[in-house]
Design a protein around this ligand. Sequence first.
Ligand code: 13P
Ligand code: SF4
Length: 309
Amino acid sequence: MDNMELIEQIQRVKHEKRVAILAHYYSRPEIQDICDLLGDSLELSRAAASLTDVDIILFCGVNFMAETASVVSGGKKVLVPDNRAGCSLAESIKAQDLIEWKERNPGGVIVSYVNTTADVKAYTDICCTSSNAVKVVESIEPGKKILFLPDKNLGAYLKLVTGREMEIWHGDCCVHERFDSALLFKMRELHPNADILVHPESRCSGDPSAHKMDRVWFYSTSGMVKHVERSESKEFVILTEREILHQMRKRNPEKTLFDAGERAICGQMKRNTLEKVYQALVNESPQISVDPETAAKAIVPIKRMLDIL
Ligand code: 13P
Ligand code: SF4
């Protein structure tokens, strides 16, 4: 089947089976173009929690996102195009590591980035995404010890922005770890008139000198999309996974966007293809599910996060 036929078939099966296709901004352009909702991690979690008129969610992202959708959607069937789509952050800490870290730090409040497995969320006090992490940390009683996991870069960024003391796990996103301060300074030199938008998972996010630069902002993926829409600037440097530029260009054809080249590709997100979307719909597989006992614990810190506006 060519792409046109695949898209027709996807639409047909999707309606027959009452499926909503949710996709992250790092998805391939052809998936962004057919999904029902495109968003950042927080928007996609909220959407999964509030969908009432569908029986199945097909999640185009990576496995921790589909797991979160399964936990919050109240038992809906959650399918993925490829269940090998992992994430270096989610893989950097296991539940047992967290249990031992907690034992070494009694009384610490566990703040987990949403890029974690449901097993890890089950031992977490509150989750956060890149778009609400500052608010989540600020919601914690002053003086309480914070254990933040698993992203060392987002953790360093939060420490800098909130001024809160925290212990930080040593995980990283293998893509954003490449966006160091040297790259940021080089981008400024190459594009002196551009607004530079940086994802807080990036290595440079915890560097105070990056925060002193003019016209540099730190945003979640949705925050970046909104900034490009609202800004008067004509040029933008985008330091996150580069497929997001497809959406920005679609919405702002008159603006010029630069990405960080091949280093800005998340291979895990690229595992998802239109063909696999179609096969997943037809076969109702692969499915991502979380055992009920873990889900019952994991939903608590996710709900606490969703309650923070
Ligand atoms: P957000 O879309 O929440 O900014 O997250 C980025 C990311 O890396 C997801 O894996
Ligand atoms: Fe994980 Fe990084 Fe890929 Fe996002 S970009 S899914 S954090 S590996």
